[in-house]
Design a binder for this molecule. Sequence first.
Ligand SMILES: NC(=O)c1ccc[n+]([C@@H]2O[C@H](COP(=O)([O-])OP(=O)(O)OC[C@H]3O[C@@H](n4cnc5c(N)ncnc54)[C@H](O)[C@@H]3O)[C@@H](O)[C@H]2O)c1
Length: 329
Amino acid sequence: MTQTILVTGGAGFIGSHFIRYLLRTYQEIRVINADALTYSGNLFNLRDVEKDPRYEFLRVDLAVREQVEKVFAGHRIDQVVHFAAESHVDRSIEGAWPFIRSNIIGTHHLLEASMKKNVDRFVHVSTDEVYGSIPYGKADEQTLLAPGNPYSASKASSDLLCLAFHHTYGFPVVITRCTNNYGPNQYPEKLIPHLIRQAMKNQPLPIYGNGQQERDWIHVIDHCRAVDVVRLHGRAGEVYHIGAENPIPNLQVAKKILDLMGKPHSLIQHVADRLGHDIRYSLDSSKIRTELGWAPTISFDEGLEQTVQWYLTHAEWWASIEQRRAERG
Ligand SMILES: NC(=O)c1ccc[n+]([C@@H]2O[C@H](COP(=O)([O-])OP(=O)(O)OC[C@H]3O[C@@H](n4cnc5c(N)ncnc54)[C@H](O)[C@@H]3O)[C@@H](O)[C@H]2O)c1
């Protein structure tokens, strides 16, 4: 029987790749994309699938209970993969409310509606940032949560709500926690597309503090494959880490981008550090590798080169971002 999968946040960076991945990988599938189209949601990210009869877009704000209930009232939904969130740390430092609203309240509404309708699998997509800074070594799935900024605190809160729904009601939730993603279609406030954009314009590449903060970068397609493996085979109530296990300082990322674009390192400009900046994130991803047989396939050097090329050759995508910004005022 054809399964219907509700993907939330499918107009965003990772969600749009995941929807494309589902439609390309499975013939017998229906995908509903529920997205509020906030500043980072962009339907242009899905222009190649929007006419696919197996795909449907619904504009839904998860923080409004009635809107969530309406989705479930109008459709038979077998599984939920939950990407929708406010996702940018800097914005959460400026104001936490949108993060509490979308990431905590929105997740709660989605959990309640999904449980009421006996959804048989709920994948909650989370982040390595819930552990706070890991100055050395790697966090495993048993490491205590210690989020260091409002974004990661809101994600940790939604993770705990999901686990509580499993523990209390036996609701079949699985959580993934992934490291930093990069690839095409990423909203250009995020480090890699922002640096590429600045280099394209020969403008300074701002780097917080000394640039020694380390992040473990994973290509978005490797992340999507992992989320799908967890959707299919992950054990309910479990957390699975997804990572490349190769943390790199931000300064080195900036230098690699400039090298790929044939631009001088002198474009790098150190700026005042982010408040409460976590120095290092690093995950042990051996559980998903041994239990579910997943492994990343794209090295950072290869993926970064492809990604730089993509941003250099997709003027129409940059135009769609400008258009969205103009529409929103
Ligand atoms: N980007 C990363 O490096 C990374 C790493 C690990 C985990 N994650 C997680 O993956 C998920 C997706 O991240 P992303 O980078 O694609 O983010 P994104 O900002 O590109 O996309 C988020 C999407 O969610 C939608 N959205 C926001 N609030 C909503 C609401 N109230 N109702 C409905 N839709 C709403 C937005 O419109 C947007 O389309 C997030 O949950 C994030 O925490 C991201």
